[in-house]
Design a binder for this molecule. Structure first.
Ligand code: AMP
Ligand code: ZN
Length: 112
């Protein structure tokens, strides 16, 4: 399959892991939008959040729990933002589900 994030999760593209286990891979975003910006992705290819169903409940919960753990590990003690862009209107550019974690500055609202 020609999916960049599948290749990253499989270790076929040398992107250092912040964390990985059987289910997820986390790594720094290549174009950070904040002082700390990393992604948590499932190793399973799922196109977007819109392509998940109840069978993915445990995986989605695990992605969030890992995001919180890594946010603390990366020193985001004053807070952070989690974002999942879904589909064209959601601004998704990589068609493999990914959770953004951004922090290290006040993130503001609404997002720019
Ligand atoms: P989205 O716009 O929500 O689909 O986010 C895709 C994200 O993937 C963007 O923030 C990109 O900067 C990031 N990205 C694309 N290619 C890479 C890569 N090779 N390594 C790390 N992050 C990447
Ligand atoms: Zn994929």
């Amino acid at each position: 399959m020609d999916c960049l994030f599948c290749r990253i999760a499989a270790g076929a593209v040398p992107v250092p892991a912040l964390y990985q286990d059987e289910q997820v891979y986390a790594f720094l975003d290549i174009a950070p939008q904040a002082p700390v910006h990393f992604l948590v992705i499932p190793k399973l290819h799922v196109q977007s959040l819109a392509h998940t169903a109840r069978e993915h409940t445990a995986l989605l919960g695990h992605m969030l729990a890992v995001a919180a753990e890594l946010a603390a590990r990366e020193g985001l003690l004053d807070g952070f933002r989690t974002v999942i862009n879904s589909g064209e209107d959601g601004g998704q550019t990589i068609d493999h589900l990914h959770l953004h974690v951004l922090g290290g500055r006040p993130m503001g609202w609404p997002p720019g």
